[in-house]
Design a protein around this ligand. Structure first.
Ligand code: WT7
Length: 658
C-alpha cells in the first residue's frame, strides 16, 4: 500500500513491540506552556468553544460573530471578524516591551549578521507596503515573491499582508518555467525578486530566471529587485524594474494596516499534487494565523527570551508558518540563516546554535540523516547547551535518526517533537505537546487539541491497532486550506470525495495500541525527496517535453539519505539508437532541472523499450518501485504483457550490477 520499504517497515514494527517511551521530565512539564492534560478532552468536547478561546490570543479590529460555518467541504472561520496579520505580527508588539526585542537575527552565508527589532521590522514593512502601493498593488491583488533567505523576504511577505494583497512565494530553487506557471495561475500583478542568492559561495541567478519567467506574462508590469550579491550577479535588466533600496529609502514608514475580513485570502502557496499542474493552496487570514501561532507556542513550548530557529526555506509552507507567521505573531526572536549546512564547513548549524544561543531548533529528517553521516563529533565540539526543544518535519523520521537527534544534538535533555502536517493543513496537526505527551521515536504521537484524525481502510472503517490505512482528518480546523486557487472542483475531488465529509491527507498511517500515529509516507503519486514534495506526473511531463522522449514513468525509490530518490523510466522515440547513452541521460536530467528546478532532477534515468502497463494502458508504478527497490515483483496478473516487466527487471539488475 505504501512506498515505505520493507526493512523500514520491520524496524517500525520492532519499535512498536519494544515500546520505547520518552516521557517529559517533571521539570519540563511544570514549566510547559501546555501543562494541563485536560486540554485534549476540553477541545474534544467542544471544538468550537476551544478555538474561540484560543482566538482571544489574536488582536481583532472587529470581533467575529460566529466561530464556524461548516458546509462540507467548505469552511469559514470567525465570520464577520476583522484583523490584519501584519498588525498581529508587528504593530501590537511595538506597543509594549517587545518593541526593541529582536524579531529577526539573520546570518548571511558569509557570516555577516543583521538584527531587526520588532520596531525596525515594522518600519521596513510599512515602507515596503507603501512601495507596493506606489507600484499599483491594491487590496485583493496577488504578488509573486521569488527570493532567498534574506530578511527582505519576510518584509515583502508582511508588506503584502499589511495592505491586503495576497503573496505567492516561489521557492528560489524553482526554474523560470515553474515561476512563470505560478505567476500566471495566480494572476500576479507584481514580482519581487533579488539579483542573486548566495549558495555555497556561488550565486544563484534569481533575477535572470525572473526575467525569463516574465517572457510572455504581460500582467506583471513592475518588478521590485533587491540587490543582494551586487557585482557578482549577471547583468540583467527586467523591463519596468524598480530598485528595492532606492524605493525603500524614499518611502514613508507610516502605513496603517488594512482591516481584513477573517476569511480574506492571505496567501497562495503552490504544491505538487497527483497531476502535472501544481495546486495553488489558498490560506485565509484569521484561521491560518491562529493555527500557526498556537501550534508554534504549544508544540515548541516557546518562552519569551527564546531564540528560535526553523532551518526550512521560506519558500515552503514550513517557512511561511514557522519562520514568519507563527513565531512573529508570538513575538518570538527568529533566527534566520541564508545558506546551506555545509558552508564553509559541515558544522555550520552547530556553530550558529552556539553563536546565537539557539533554544529551539526545527529541521527535517533528511538533514538529520546527513548530519549522522557527517559524524557525531561535529555537534559534540559545539556548545549546544542552550537547546531546549528539537523539532522534525517534512517526512517520517526513522527511529535511528530520531535517536541520534535526541542523543547527539539534544544531549538526551530535549524533547523531540515530530510534527506531521502539510501545506494544505497550514499548521501542525499531529505532534506531541512536549510537556504532556510521552514521545516514541518514529511516531508523531497524537493529534493536537482540537484536531481529529483517523486511519481508515478502503471501505471507510477505522483500522485497528497495528493495521495500515489512509490518514484522514475528521473535523474542520481553522488553518485548513479553503480551496485550490481557481479550481474549487479539484479541491472537492482531491481531498473530500474519497471519504465524504472527511479530509484525505494522501498519507498512509497506522496506530499502535496506545493510539499513537505512525506515518508511513504517501500513498498517492506524490514523492517526498529530502522533505520536498514532488509529483511523479510533473517530472514525467518535463521528460516527455524533451524531443527524444516518447513516454516516461517516474517513481520515488527509497533512499537512505533523502527519504526518496527520483527514478525515471524512459522510452525513447527512436528505439534504434543507443539506449544506454550516458550523454542522453545527463541531458534528460538537466532538462528536468531546467523545466522544474534542480530539486526535481532525477537521480537515475533508465531507458526501456516498453513500460509495464495494465490492459487499460495505465502504467503500473508499483511494479517499477518493486524493481527499483530490488524487491520481488508484486502481482503482475493485470499487466497487458507480463514479459515487459520481467525484461525490465533483468535490464535494471544488469545496469545496477555494472
Ligand atoms: C507531506 C506534506 C508540512 C511541512 C513540510 C512538508 C510529509 C510532513 C511529516 C512528518 C511524516 C511528514 C507527509 C505530508 N510529512 N511532515 N512529521 N512525518 N510525514 O509540507 O510539502 O505539504 O508535504 O510531507 O507525506 O503529506 P508538504
Amino acid at each position: 500500500m505504501s512506498a515505505v520499504p520493507e526493512p523500514e517497515q520491520q524496524r517500525l514494527d520492532a519499535l512498536l513491540v519494544e515500546k520505547r517511551l520518552f516521557p517529559p521530565t517533571a521539570e519540563f512539564s511544570a514549566r510547559a506552556n501546555a501543562h494541563d492534560p485536560g486540554i485534549y478532552a476540553r477541545a474534544d468536547a467542544d471544538p468550537e468553544g476551544f478555538w474561540a478561546e484560543m482566538a482571544e490570543g489574536l488582536r481583532w479590529m472587529r470581533p467575529y460573530e460566529r466561530v464556524l460555518e461548516w458546509d462540507p467541504p467548505h469552511a469559514r472561520w470567525f465570520l464577520g471578524g476583522r484583523l490584519n496579520v501584519a498588525d498581529n505580527c508587528l504593530d501590537r508588539h511595538c506597543e509594549g516591551p517587545r518593541r526593541n526585542k529582536a524579531a529577526i537575527i539573520w546570518e548571511g552565508e558569509a557570516g555577516d549578521t543583521r538584527t531587526l527589532t520588532y520596531q525596525q521590522l515594522r518600519d521596513d514593512v510599512a515602507r515596503c507596503a507603501n512601495v507596493l502601493r506606489s507600484l499599483g498593488v491594491a487590496r485583493g491583488d496577488r504578488v509573486a515573491i521569488y527570493m532567498g533567505m534574506v530578511p527582505e523576504t519576510v518584509v515583502a511577505m508582511l508588506a503584502c499582508t499589511r495592505i491586503g494583497a495576497a503573496h505567492t512565494v516561489v521557492f528560489g530553487g524553482f526554474s523560470a518555467d515553474a515561476l512563470r506557471e505560478r505567476i500566471r495561475d495566480a494572476g500576479c500583478k507584481l514580482l519581487i525578486t533579488q539579483d542573486g542568492a548566495w549558495r555555497r559561495g556561488r550565486v544563484v541567478p534569481l533575477k535572470a530566471s525572473a526575467r525569463d519567467a516574465l517572457q510572455g506574462v504581460p500582467g506583471v508590469a513592475r518588478t521590485l529587485v533587491l540587490r543582494r550579491v551586487g557585482d557578482r550577479a549577471e547583468p540583467v535588466t527586467i523591463p519596468g524594474e524598480v530598485d528595492w533600496h532606492e524605493a525603500m529609502t524614499g518611502a514613508s514608514p507610516l502605513c496603517p494596516c488594512e482591516p481584513m475580513d477573517a476569511e480574506d485570502m492571505l496567501y497562495i502557496l503552490y504544491t505538487s499534487g497527483t497531476t502535472g499542474k501544481p495546486k495553488g493552496i489558498v490560506h485565509t487570514t484569521a484561521g491560518y494565523l491562529l493555527g500557526a501561532s498556537l501550534t508554534h507556542r504549544l508544540v515548541f513550548d516557546l518562552k519569551e527570551d527564546d531564540v528560535y530557529w526553523c532551518a526550512a526555506d521560506i519558500g515552503w509552507v514550513t517557512g511561511h508558518s514557522y519562520i514568519v507567521y507563527g513565531p512573529l505573531a508570538n513575538g518570538a526572536t527568529v533566527l534566520m540563516y541564508e545558506g546551506t549546512p555545509d558552508f564553509p564547513e559541515r558544522d555550520r548549524h552547530w556553530r550558529i546554535i552556539d553563536r546565537h544561543g539557539v533554544n529551539i531548533y526545527y529541521t527535517a529528517p533528511t538533514t538529520i540523516r546527513t548530519f549522522m553521516r557527517w559524524g557525531a563529533d561535529l555537534p559534540a565540539r559545539a556548545d549546544l547547551g542552550t537547546l531546549r526543544v528539537l523539532g522534525s518535519v517534512g517526512e517520517p523520521i526513522n527511529p535511528e535518526a530520531w535517536m541520534w537527534y535526541h542523543e547527539h544534538v539534544g544531549r538526551g535533555r530535549c524533547p523531540v517533537v515530530d510534527t506531521w502536517w502539510q501545506t494544505e493543513t497550514g499548521a501542525i496537526m499531529i505532534a506531541p505537546l512536549p510537556g504532556l505527551v510521552a514521545t516514541k521515536p518514529g511516531s508523531a504521537t497524537r493529534p493536537l487539541p482540537g484536531v481529529a484524525a483517523e486511519v481508515l481502510d478502503e471501505g471507510g472503517q477505522p483500522v485497528g491497532p497495528g493495521g495500515g490505512g489512509n490518514l484522514v482528518l475528521t473535523r474542520p480546523w481553522p488553518s485548513m486550506m479553503r480551496t485550490i486557487f481557481g479550481d474549487d472542483d479539484r479541491y472537492v475531488r482531491q481531498y473530500w470525495s474519497r471519504y465524504p465529509g472527511r479530509y484525505l491527507t494522501g498519507d498512509g498511517a497506522k496506530r499502535d495500541e496506545d493510539g499513537y500515529f505512525w506515518l508511513l509516507g504517501r500513498v498517492d503519486d506524490v514523492m517526498n525527496v529530502s522533505g520536498h514534495r514532488l509529483s511523479t506526473y510533473e517530472i514525467e511531463s518535463a521528460l516527455v517535453d524533451h524531443p527524444r522522449v516518447a513516454e516516461s514513468a517516474v517513481i520515488g525509490r527509497h533512499d537512505d539519505l533523502k527519504g526518496q530518490a527520483v527514478a525515471a523510466f524512459v522510452t525513447l522515440k527512436e528505439s534504434s539508437e543507443a539506449l544506454s547513452g550516458e550523454a542522453l541521460k545527463s541531458e534528460l536530467r538537466a532538462h528536468v532541472a531546467q523545466k522544474i528546478g534542480p530539486i526535481a532532477r532525477p537521480d537515475e534515468v533508465y531507458f526501456t523499450a516498453e513500460l509495464p502497463k495494465t490492459r487499460s494502458g495505465k502504467i503500473m508504478r508499483r511494479l517499477l518501485r518493486d524493481i527499483a527497490e530490488g524487491r520481488a515483483l508484486g502481482d503482475t496478473t493485470t499487466l497487458a504483457d507480463p514479459a515487459v516487466v520481467q525484461h525490465l527487471k533483468e535490464q535494471y539488475e544488469e545496469s545496477e550490477g555494472a
